[in-house]
Design a protein around this ligand. Structure first.
Ligand SMILES: O=C[C@H](O)COP(=O)(O)O
Length: 483
């Protein structure tokens, strides 16, 4: 982009209006793969955060009174608008976060489906009632009616890697459940996030119900998290940030979806062709920039050589290059991420790992890298790379695989590849993770499944119904019948 070209300046969304921040400051958003600045987002002030939150509080009171059927109409319109804008939105996602063109479009369509399913799930949720006489001394004429009510103002903070889908995965259930939302997209992802909110604006959402916040974490990060006007926080991002956030947020419910180090455990009786296919797709899609990527293979010694040969064959076939041509391996989000990935490879090689494929870098483009003979002394055995590298750790037993799987600080998902369903369940039962996939790659979807991280991978649960539940609280009204 030449210096003469005027960059698009994205605005913040306050009380149903698009505005520039009074700070007069903006942040440039660079593309990870184009030599371009794509646009500018506003760096908002703490006073503007206060303003957004007070509009949200006021709007939420009215929104809570709107019937579910009427809330549904706004959300359905939002989903329709996203589908109408899918080409424009997908192009922004591709350019801003370097996601393959087809995958960027799939993200938009998946988001519209997510919103619609959220509406339908919310419409079909219902409360319960209990009679007092089931407890000793209780009376049948005492009846508890248990309903779910909104929490108030939900702070939704989303990551760069699904700038539309993981944002809507918080906003849609929050709104459908009767809350207002303060939405803070990842800075790299804020252009896509803002476009998505344009669709919500076109759907006619009541003024003030959703506020869009962009800016520097150092100015508004802690301020938002500690703000007394926030009643619940749903965050997806790195474990370190999530831990800091949890320390700062007091007395508000948190749902945190953080990092992972998902193991792919391959037993000696596995269908190795199938396992290799799932491992490659699980580890390398979008250059491994998924919290649910397979980030280490724990394979039984007796089949390790054969598996490594299959993996090598497939890794070498992965397409590398620009997201515009739908390559699987694309430049990483920034140079700092690529430096970290390269550091993990260098550390492993120095300590004796074998490079089976890859270990080549051009700027922030890291070629898909397969490392064999990885040991527990190497950082790559434990650290989350968020890049296209896959360490292979050879194990001598299920016990050893389970031990290494569980020694990780993370506990998002795990895959177990075996033909023995009894062993698969026995291993799954002992793995410390939110989900265990038997004979499949680790992944969040389908989006109505519960999505849970344990240990350093998070707290609380997502997945459509779980998100609706976490964004509401139970309220009990007790009826005492006088006969
Ligand atoms: O990066 C975290 C996402 O929740 C992963 O979602 P995914 O499994 O659909 O790629």
């Amino acid at each position: 982009m030449t210096s003469k070209t005027k960059l698009p300046t994205y605005k913040i969304y306050i009380n149903g209006e698009w505005r520039e921040s009074s700070s007069g400051q903006t942040i440039d958003i660079q593309s990870p793969y184009l030599p371009e600045t794509l646009g500018k987002v506003q760096s908002i002030t703490q006073d503007e955060v206060d303003e957004i939150i007070s509009f949200a509080q006021a709007a939420q009171k009215d929104w809570a009174e709107v019937s579910l059927q009427d809330r549904a109409k706004y959300l359905y319109r939002w989903a329709d608008e996203l589908v109408n804008m899918q080409d424009e939105l997908a192009e922004i996602i591709m350019k801003e976060v370097g996601k393959g063109a087809n995958d960027a479009k799939k993200e938009v369509v998946r988001t519209a489906d997510f919103i619609r399913y959220t509406v339908e799930e919310a419409l079909h949720m219902h409360g319960e009632s209990m009679l007092g006489d089931s407890f000793p001394g209780g009376s049948k004429s005492k009846i508890a009616i248990i309903n779910r009510v909104p929490r108030g103002v939900v702070l939704a903070i989303s990551p760069f890697n699904y700038p539309v889908n993981l944002s809507a995965a918080k906003i849609a259930p929050a709104l459908m459940a009767g809350n207002a939302v303060v939405f803070k997209p990842a800075t790299q992802g804020a252009l896509s996030g803002t476009k998505m909110i344009e669709a919500l604006d076109k759907a006619g959402l009541p003024k003030g119900l959703l506020g869009l916040v962009t800016g520097r974490g150092s100015v508004i990060g802690d301020y938002l998290v500690e703000h007394k006007g926030i009643n619940m926080i749903s965050f997806t991002g790195g474990t370190n940030t999530g831990v800091q956030l949890a320390k700062k947020a007091t007395m508000v419910p948190l749902v945190l979806e953080l990092g992972g180090k998902d193991p792919g455990i391959v037993r000696e009786d596995a269908d190795l062709q199938e396992a290799a296919k799932h491992i490659i797709s699980g580890a390398f899609s979008y250059s491994g920039q998924r919290c649910t990527a397979i980030k280490r293979v724990l394979v039984h010694d007796s089949v390790a050589d054969e598996l490594v040969a299959l993996l090598k064959e497939q890794v070498e076939k992965l397409s590398v290059g620009s997201p515009e041509e739908n390559n699987v391996i694309v430049p990483l989000i920034n140079d700092k991420s690529a430096d970290f990935v390269q550091h993990l490879v260098d550390d492993a090689v120095e300590k004796g790992a074998t490079v089976v494929a890859g270990n080549k870098r051009e700027g922030n483009l890291i070629y898909p890298t397969l490392l064999d003979q990885v040991t527990e002394e190497m950082e790559v055995a434990w650290e989350e790379p968020f890049g296209p590298i896959l360490p292979i750790i050879r194990v001598s037993s299920d016990e050893e695989a389970i031990r290494i799987a569980n020694e990780s600080e993370f506990g998002l998902q795990a895959s177990v590849f075996t033909k023995d369903i009894n062993r698969a369940f026995a291993i799954a039962n002992r793995i410390e993770a939110g989900s265990v996939q038997i004979n499949g790659r680790t992944e969040r979807g389908p989006d109505h499944f519960p999505f849970i991280g344990v240990k350093g991978s998070g707290m609380g649960a997502q997945g459509i119904r779980k998100s609706l539940e976490s964004m509401t609280q139970e309220k009990v009204t007790v009826l005492n019948i006088v006969e």
